[in-house]
Design a protein around this ligand. Structure first.
Ligand SMILES: C[S@@+](CC[C@H](N)C(=O)[O-])C[C@H]1O[C@@H](n2cnc3c(N)ncnc32)[C@H](O)[C@@H]1O
Length: 237
């Protein structure tokens, strides 16, 4: 499937953001123009799952990211208590895991890619953080006990889940009664960078899926390039 981006739109972000979709790479930098990006898209098979390529991990780590996706501001949208046990699903390099660890008792950093966890392990050791446990997961499972976490965060990852309904069911399973899920993902529109629009899921679609799977929407916000949703687990009668 071919994806064509408009070539006449201004590049409205100076930051470099690179994400790779197997089997075909796509890259956006401030020096590249849209035509080059379109060439990179040419053989992109959108039916293939899209998982962030660890070789671009520096992009997740760049300081400039805090100007458009600030962990403190985002984490500030949900109640976080110091005795909380939290899961960061799709933790990647730990851009959110590390600031979270400073606010709570324990954080599980969960990812399907060992390379991401290896990177985060080094960061944890360097920063001498003791309350992050890293877990390598399988793509449709969350490796946690039922009702074991107060809060689950999943940042920029929903679009990568192969079977979104199944993953949302898993989230519900591992959350304690009344537990909350904080979800941030790319808007389903041309944001000039980020994963292919074709594989993104809109705020409306995401809300519908979570509500279908036993969550109540508490918060729904539009950020610059992303949306933010907070859900609470509905108690089944
Ligand atoms: C775009 S990165 C975002 C990383 C981090 N949350 C952040 O915002 O910086 C998405 C991450 O989700 C992971 N991932 C994809 N599917 C997953 C799944 N089913 N379970 C756990 N992690 C997953 C990828 O390996 C990748 O590290």
């Amino acid at each position: 499937m071919k994806v064509i981006l408009p070539v006449d739109q201004p590049v409205h972000i100076s930051a470099r953001y690179v994400a790779n979709a197997k089997p075909t790479e796509w890259t956006f930098t401030e020096t590249e123009n849209r035509q080059v990006i379109n060439q990179k898209y040419e053989n992109n098979d959108m039916s293939q799952p899209h998982v962030f390529d660890p070789k671009n991990i520096d992009v997740l780590e760049m300081e400039e990211r805090k100007t458009w996706q600030n962990p403190e501001e985002i984490l500030g949208t949900v109640e976080i208590k110091s005795d909380f046990v939290v899961a960061d699903l799709g933790c990647g390099s730990g851009f959110f895991t590390v600031p979270l660890s400073q606010k709570v008792k324990k954080v599980y950093g969960i990812d399907v890619q060992k390379k991401m966890l290896d990177f985060l392990e080094q960061k944890i050791q360097k920063l001498k953080i003791k309350n992050i446990e890293l877990l390598l997961s399988k793509k449709n499972e969350i490796p946690l006990e039922n009702e074991s976490v107060h809060l689950l965060v999943s940042m920029n990852t929903l679009h990568e889940f192969d079977d979104k309904e199944r993953m949302i069911e898993e989230m519900r399973k591992v959350l304690k009664r009344g537990g909350k899920a904080l979800i941030v993902d790319f808007k389903k529109e041309n944001t000039g960078f980020g994963p292919p629009v074709a594989i993104r899921i809109s705020k409306k679609q995401a809300t519908k899926l979570f509500e279908k799977k036993g969550f109540t929407t508490l918060e729904s916000q539009n950020l610059m390039y992303h949306y933010l949703l907070v859900f609470s687990k509905k108690n089944r009668k």
